[in-house]
Design a protein around this ligand. Sequence first.
Ligand code: AMP
Length: 566
Amino acid sequence: MPATFQSLGLLLEKVESTKKRLQIIDETANYLKTLDAEELEPAVNMMVGRAFPKYSQKTLDVSWAILQRILTQIAVFDWNMFREVMAKTGDIGSATKTVLEQSKGKRQTQLTQTPLTILEVRRALDVIAQTQGAGSRTKKERQIAVLLSQASPVEAKYLVKVFTGEMRTGLHEGLMEQSVARAFDIPLAKVQYAAMVLGDIGEVACKLKTQGVESLGKAGFCVFRPVKLMLAQTAQTVEEALSEQGGASAFEYKYDGARVQIHKQGPAVRVFSRRLTDVTESLPDIVEAVTQNISADSAIVEGEVIALGASGYPIAFQHLMRRFKRTKEIGELRTQIPLTLYLFDVLFLNGESTIAKPYTERRQLLAENAGKIALTSQILTADAAEAQAYLKEALSAGHEGLMAKKPDSPYTPGRRGKRWLKIKTVLEPLDLVITAAEYGYGRRKEWLSDYYLGARDPQTGEFWDVGKTFKGLTDAELTGLTVRLKEIAVSQQSHKIMVLPRIVVEVAYNEVQQSPKYKSRMALRFARITRIRDDKSPDEASTIGQVREIYERQFKTKGKLPEIGG
Ligand code: AMP
């Protein structure tokens, strides 16, 4: 019997109602055991809030505004009730379910129809993703309406969550990995490794079901399937970096640009952004540089792309983002904003993974295979004074600061660890998510220009406000954000418009203060937006724990009394 989408919804209802990790893993593992091989990948991905595998470039492109319109068409949808539930739960899926349950009977659902299966839902999502281009909107809306009108309230709840990417059940990627390990009774580390190289936990589950445990040992990177990025933690000083990394570090310029992961196989090259989106079409100059310089038959390399002005100094990040976003008529922009690539790592070379090799060895391999493409400026030293002078040099050349890398460390995909440290130069900016917005006053009254800023709770995926600001953005940015925020608006409380947590902004501030105003009990003082980080996804936003850590650190240094001598 094919598994129904209802069964997946009911499992997620159970998961959502418990906060106990072990119980979540148990329930999920038992459920996975009931699924067929071809159901596993779609089910696993939808359960963690993805319509398609992680590495897939397919997108649904369905805004909440569209879903709202469709729900109004297919059901007698009580928006007042919706807003009430939203205000209580902040969860559009749950609010949709409650309203649909109330409007039961009035919906135009055919009662005789057979229940939706997981595979049917995936097929429908595939069709929706493929519907693109001119005149596609109405078609797409019709497809979504057909799908939603076949759904029970519980199914609609989770379809809305898949469409908006807001799962919030507590079953995050890490727990899913544990559930897969439990379902197939194999060590977690094996599952994690396979998910890393195959780029998708759903695919791992499917492989386990069809080919057994042995198949995981043979799994290797697939060129053109982006690998999760290794990320950095923060160190306060070069001394701290040196002591964390065991005496000597590879210090490198930290360029204020955008990260790329470049895949090459024979003559074909594809470039992925930090969010693992395929940006090849936007960056023909990077593709050319790689084609002309990297002669290895297959390779996966990483680097930072920056835009240098005529003076040789980096130009503002927002211009660089224009390059990343433009996919057509690139010619002129390409001359206006020429890009420079600095490579810093290699993950795969001539058919073999290099991630387990020490960093110094990978860097050597990179140097041998990069042709004329520059590598990041680097010194290897154990001397804090030398590192400090190097930091000064990086800053005066207009770069962001320094990265310190542990010389003997492997590349660990998807991990933010101490093997890479970014050296803090000022109070580090936070990457926060806009959770709500208000219209401004006077000149700004047409713009949603006052923003509530949320930090991420990694346990639940919720965002907790830690501040509010109307500072830092240009008129053009305010206009653009107003349009985007309206598209993701979910509800309104007097003049405050709640939005889906989608837009990441980098926020500078002078201090983290204690505050009774927010649930987080913290508030940023003099918060100002320094840039819109469209290259970061909300699940990369700073966590509430990081904000608390900054709060506590600063509190310690402030609270300390000067030592009284003799
Ligand atoms: P974060 O993304 O906040 O973890 O900070 C690290 C980011 O700095 C990387 O993701 C890169 O985009 C960027 N970066 C700039 N220069 C370097 C470098 N030399 N090595 C690694 N990352 C760099």
